[in-house]
Write a protein that binds this ligand. Structure first.
Ligand SMILES: C[S@@+](CC[C@H](N)C(=O)[O-])C[C@H]1O[C@@H](n2cnc3c(N)ncnc32)[C@H](O)[C@@H]1O
Ligand SMILES: C[S@@+](CC[C@H](N)C(=O)[O-])C[C@H]1O[C@@H](n2cnc3c(N)ncnc32)[C@H](O)[C@@H]1O
Ligand code: SF4
Length: 442
């Protein structure tokens, strides 16, 4: 999952820090506008049964067991604190991610949803996703999660090849994955997603496409393709370093991605985001909120949030990260009502950079109307219309700027990172031309 990261910030942060620029009202909607009182909610369950060889997400294996009642109390407390702080009246979606949230008890999921509904409007048709790791006996437990209020499942299937699953350190077989998928589809028809990885060490194009074809015979209406990112500090990274396993080949991974998205298109899936594919309208509304730079609260160890803390008298959106380590996080929640470790106010330009980088990940891109919600003076035409480099990207068929807005073409979506190398500096340049920073000592 790509959440807005520190990358875009780094491009401009140093200059701004030196110039002491005003942190303005970075929120698109004026205060009191219902949009500023809506948010998505992410809940992080930090525990896993076992550490996968490739994963560097915030997850822990609890040797002495988990005190789930205590963890649940803290998650509920933090949810209440952050909903109040954000002045959130309506929660449009809830996502239980991790870690392995399918290891939590359905009671914990129900308690969180009840806690939200006590203080905010949680519409009956809100998307409530739970990430599920495949197991050999999935049925009854999945039904209990449904009874607790979950209405969408995202299954971490990863691969349909047992040798690859072993390399990844997964606890399940391909058979378990298909069994879990079938049980999930029976219980949540039209609302099941699967994650499939590509670019694994030693993986070849033909067999991987074979897996994807097989998956198409079993899957529901949503699929995510994730290219392996080899992360320092993981077991797989060490194996590659010492030559025990071949290094992943980025060119081959790009080929897999290109062939995979073409295959999914033929099968009737809309690629609505760089890594995400849906048919029959089964787009994830929670993840859509991230790409549209909507507000979201992050509850639980290491969760990220982006919202305006109205309750603290602020008018500016903040990027927030909760304390990573679960025991420390719990101590902070017990003491302060929340475990927020880092708060970074986003200034106007930083928010626009996120609107650009996140919005272009989707097939609709950034509409003029969407842009206006965040920036009322500079239009997309003002920023990009006169740029020779942007014109060149349009001539190359990678980018479109028209009456609808700015978006990637089908070809452009596959090379978005390289487009942003042109687009982000252009936005910064036009921004600074309009409001030059004060000259130090001037
Ligand atoms: C990789 S994405 C998979 C989404 C899935 N393909 C789907 O369609 O729903 C989900 C993962 O991203 C991370 N994540 C998502 N939102 C987050 C947030 N607000 N804070 C921290 N981590 C988050 C969590 O590790 C979560 O397990
Ligand atoms: C953090 S996991 C959480 C969900 C669940 N525990 C699982 O493993 O399926 C969410 C997704 O992130 C993706 N992911 C984790 N580490 C990754 C990596 N190093 N490179 C690419 N994708 C990764 C996997 O596809 C996984 O399905
Ligand atoms: S990939 Fe999922 S199950 Fe594996 S360690 Fe990471 S969070 Fe846990």
């Amino acid at each position: 999952m790509v959440l807005p990261g520190p990358r875009a910030r780094g491009l401009v942060a140093a200059a701004r820090a030196a110039q002491g620029r005003r942190v303005g009202s970075a929120e698109g909607s004026p205060r009191g506008d219902p949009a500023s009182r809506r948010a998505a909610l992410y809940v992080h369950w930090p525990y896993c049964e076992k550490r996968c060889s490739y994963c560097n997400f915030n997850k822990y294996v609890a040797r002495g067991g988990v005190d789930e009642a205590a963890l649940r109390r803290c998650l509920v407390t933090e949810a209440h604190t952050l909903l109040a702080l954000g002045g959130v009246h309506r929660v449009d979606s809830v996502f239980f991610g991790g870690g392995t949230p399918s290891l939590a008890s359905p009671h914990t999921v129900a308690a969180l949803l009840e806690a939200v509904a006590q203080v905010a409007h949680l519409p009956a048709d809100s998307e409530v996703t739970l990430e599920v790791n495949p197991t050999s006996a999935p049925g009854s437990r999945l039904a209990e999660f449904g009874a607790a209020g979950v209405n969408r499942l995202s299954i971490g299937l990863q691969s349909l090849d047992d040798a690859e699953l072993q390399l990844l350190g997964r606890t399940h077989s391909a058979r378990d994955a298909l069994r879990t998928l079938a049980a999930a589809r029976r219980l949540f028809p039209g609302r099941v997603s699967v994650d499939l990885m590509l670019g694994l060490p030693g993986q070849q194009l033909g067999p991987w496409l074979g897996q994807l074809r097989e998956l198409l015979r079993h899957c529901d209406d949503h699929l995510s393709l994730y290219q392996l990112s080899l992360e320092r500090g993981t077991a797989l990274f060490a194996q590659v370093q010492r030559g025990a396993v071949p290094a992943p080949d980025p060119e081959l991974a790009a080929e897999m991605y290109a062939e995979g998205r073409a295959l999914l298109r033929t099968a009737g899936f809309r690629q609505y985001e760089v890594s995400n594919f849906a048919r029959r309208g089964a787009l994830s509304t929670h993840n859509w909120t991230y790409w549209q730079c909507g507000q979201y609260l992050g509850v639980g160890p290491g969760a990220h949030g982006r919202f305006v803390p109205h309750g603290a008298g602020c008018h500016t959106r903040e990027a927030r990260i909760q304390t990573l380590e679960p025991d420390n996080w719990m101590r902070e929640v017990i003491q302060f009502g929340h475990g927020t470790r880092k708060r970074v106010p986003l200034d106007e330009l930083e928010l626009l950079e996120e609107v650009l980088a996140m919005g272009l990940r989707t097939d609709v891109g950034i509409t003029h109307q969407h842009w206006r919600q965040f920036e009322s003076q500079l239009t997309l035409w003002d920023v990009f219309g006169a740029s020779e480099e942007v014109k060149r990207l349009q001539e190359q068929g990678l980018l479109l700027l028209d009456h609808r807005g700015l978006r990637c073409s089908w070809e452009g979506l596959a090379v978005l990172d390289s487009l942003l190398l042109t687009l982000l500096p252009r936005l910064q340049e036009v921004w600074w031309q309009r409001s030059p920073p004060p000259v130090p000592g001037g």
